[in-house]
Every structure is written in structure tokens, then in C-alpha cells.
Design a protein around this ligand. Structure first.
Ligand SMILES: CC(C)(COP(=O)(O)OP(=O)(O)OC[C@H]1O[C@@H](n2cnc3c(N)ncnc32)[C@H](O)[C@@H]1OP(=O)(O)O)[C@@H](O)C(=O)NCCC(=O)NCCS
Length: 186
């Protein structure tokens, strides 16, 4: 499927979401393991609300949400690449006064543990600093989510603080929320 690609990496790229992939995203997003560390477990997502979310993306000046795409050789054998949707990544709470924002991301479960999250974060950092000209990025992680902390630290984020027993997670209990930060050029 043709779509604008904003950043190309070795294994993954970041591109614009297309309407046709919303049902697939919806079913992958429903996976408990994917949802577990995202917060808001009380929220009921419907397919209609996902379409509304998709329609709202270009209207919101304070966020950019991009598709994480696996690079594949063009299946028709022609030169170039086609892409497979494997998750999404967002730059949220974009604050033009202080030139900062917060990132969030998820991969569909079958693509975990292959370095794709690390590369997607490196691409979104580049997009945020070079294209949006932001100065600082932050990210919030629930402490048991070791993979997410590792992804951030491998991209140069530093632990800036923690809120103790800040989030309730079913089957774990109250967990600390960790705050990570990255300054451009650090
Ligand atoms: C978090 C997430 C994006 C990570 O993506 P990923 O592609 O699996 O991550 P990568 O393969 O790039 O890297 C994971 C790293 O974490 C490490 N890791 C995995 N589990 C870990 C744990 N419990 N503790 C510490 N490190 C861990 C891996 O060893 C790997 O590091 P390495 O490459 O140096 O060995 C993915 O697990 C996901 O989508 N989770 C559900 C949604 C989510 O939690 N989003 C983030 C909310 S803050």
C-alpha cells in the first residue's frame, strides 16, 4: 500500500497511517499483553472510536501519530520496498512554548524482541528533533515494563524521576511510574 514515509531505518520505517489498517490495529491493540503497560485499562475502545481517532490525527496540532512499518523487499520483485504495519508511535503533548513533547509507542506482540522498538524510537527522536525542531522529549514507563525502559535507555534517554505506587496494574498491583528525558544534542 502506498503511503508517505517520513523516516526510513534499516529494519523499520515510520509512515502515515492509512484508513484501511484501522481494523487490524484495533484487533492487535485489544491484546492484553500489548495493553497492559499503556494505562487506562478502564477505557472501552470500539472500532468506531478507533476510526474517530484516525480522523482526528491530522486535526490535532499538539500530536503526531505515525505507523511503525516493517521494511520488506517489494513482493512483486520490482525495485524498492513495501511495508507491513507492526505498531504505532506518537509524539504527544507537543508544547511549542517550551519546545518539548512526550513519546509513546507500541508494537504488535509477534514483533517484540527483534530490535524494532529501539529502531522506531530512534527514528521518532530524529523526526522530533530535526523536523519538528523540538528541544526535549520525555517518556513515562511503568516500572515492570523493562523492555520499554531498555528501549529508551538504548536511545540515550535518562531516568529523571519516579512517582511511587502511581499506577494500578491488574495482576501486579500498584507500580512506580518512571519518567525519562532526552535533550537534543545530549
Ligand atoms: C516496549 C516495546 C515497544 C519494546 O519493543 P521491542 O521491539 O520488543 O524492543 P527491542 O527488541 O528493540 O528491545 C528490547 C530490549 O529490552 C530488553 N528487555 C526485554 N525485557 C526486559 C526486561 N523485563 N527488563 C529489562 N530489559 C528487557 C531486551 O533484552 C532488549 O534489549 P537488548 O536488545 O539490548 O537485548 C514492546 O514490548 C511493546 O510494544 N510493548 C507493549 C506496549 C508498551 O509497553 N509500550 C510502551 C509503553 S511505555
Amino acid at each position: 500500500m502506498g503511503r508517505p514515509i517520513l523516516r526510513r531505518g534499516k529494519s523499520v520505517s515510520l509512515g502515515i497511517h492509512v484508513r484501511e489498517e484501522i481494523p487490524e490495529m484495533y484487533s492487535e491493540f485489544a491484546d492484553f499483553e500489548v495493553q497492559r503497560f499503556l494505562g487506562r485499562p478502564d477505557r472501552l475502545y470500539t472500532l468506531d472510536s478507533e476510526y474517530e481517532w484516525f480522523e482526528s490525527i491530522p486535526k490535532k496540532e499538539d500530536m503526531r501519530v505515525l505507523a511503525i512499518l516493517l521494511n520488506r523487499k517489494n513482493s512483486s520483485g520490482r525495485q524498492g520496498h513495501d511495508h507491513l504495519l507492526i505498531g504505532n508511535i506518537g509524539i504527544h503533548l507537543i508544547d511549542r512554548v517550551s519546545s518539548k513533547a512526550e513519546i509513546g509507542y507500541l508494537l504488535f506482540r509477534k514483533y517484540w524482541g527483534r530490535g524494532y522498538g529501539t529502531e522506531a524510537v530512534s527514528l521518532v527522536v530524529d523526526y522530533a528533533f530535526q523536523t519538528l525542531n523540538l528541544r526535549k522529549l520525555t517518556a513515562r514507563v511503568f516500572e515492570p515494563n523493562g523492555a520499554s525502559s531498555a528501549v529508551l535507555m538504548k536511545n540515550g534517554f535518562r531516568l529523571a524521576g519516579r512517582l511511587r505506587e502511581h499506577q494500578y496494574i491488574n495482576s501486579i498491583g500498584y507500580v512506580d511510574e518512571l519518567y525519562y528525558e532526552l535533550h537534543r544534542g545530549s
